[in-house]
Design a protein around this ligand. Sequence first.
Ligand SMILES: Nc1ncnc2c1ncn2[C@@H]1O[C@H](COP(=O)(O)OP(=O)(O)OP(=O)(O)O)[C@@H](O)[C@H]1O
Length: 262
Amino acid sequence: MTDEPAIVFDGVSKHFGPEVRALDEVSLKVHPGEVVVLLGLSGSGKSTLLRHVDGLQRPTGGSVTVLGTDVGKARGGELRRLRRRIGFVFQQFHLIGSLTVLENVCAGALGRLRGPRLGLFTYPKAVRLEALGHLERVGLLDRAFQRADTLSGGQQQRVAVARALMQRPEILLADEPVASLDPESSAQVMALIREVGAEQKLTVLCSLHQVDLALSWGDRVVGLRGGQAVLDTPVAGLDRDAAMGLYAKVAAAPLPVPAAVG
Ligand SMILES: Nc1ncnc2c1ncn2[C@@H]1O[C@H](COP(=O)(O)OP(=O)(O)OP(=O)(O)O)[C@@H](O)[C@H]1O
């Protein structure tokens, strides 16, 4: 790991109108190669936080700096260049079901190719070979020419990971990537994210609902409650009850004080 953080949230707030504080002065640093899991109740701000990393949303207050770019101020080409360096995996996979698995993975390279591509053979051979390599990595090489919508949920999410890798990202964001999967597929997908993260030296920021998965696969847990970071601690030594406290409807006892940003 280098000392320069990959992601810096400095007092970030995001308000939607006068009522909703989706993020409330969140400060957070994520270092290259770290695997950070965001935990918190539905509505606590996890997706909003992730969407600030690649500029899908901009802060109302504070600043977000990602790979040296001030995301809130970046526009046009600068924002596009930053987004190419960030892969995003979603709960609902976002594959194109009518296309083959391989074509879906190739689509991950679109950001670095000129013009649209219609059909597998409009992608350069090198891209197709790279995509096949990623499919092999996620254990789905034998499904390359199958329609994406014929795969199970767990398989589709592994394809989505392969597609994200086609971007050759430095950061991988995952927004509840296993929320719609059974426990076995969830563990497979989390293992895959963890392993490819280590292989490709990715910085990983992943929201989850399952405390046990967070404790198994994260280096560090950041807990959100009402848009505030109320827990920030390495997984090693994290008390499961403290993590579970994030899911109490009312905060019963003070959670561990977030680690100082630094
Ligand atoms: N575009 C929006 N307009 C208005 N309110 C929003 C918008 N996006 C999010 N919110 C609100 O911000 C708060 C945080 O939402 P967010 O989706 O970040 O939570 P979350 O922790 O990801 O929830 P979940 O686990 O259900 O995905 C919620 O109160 C939500 O209703």
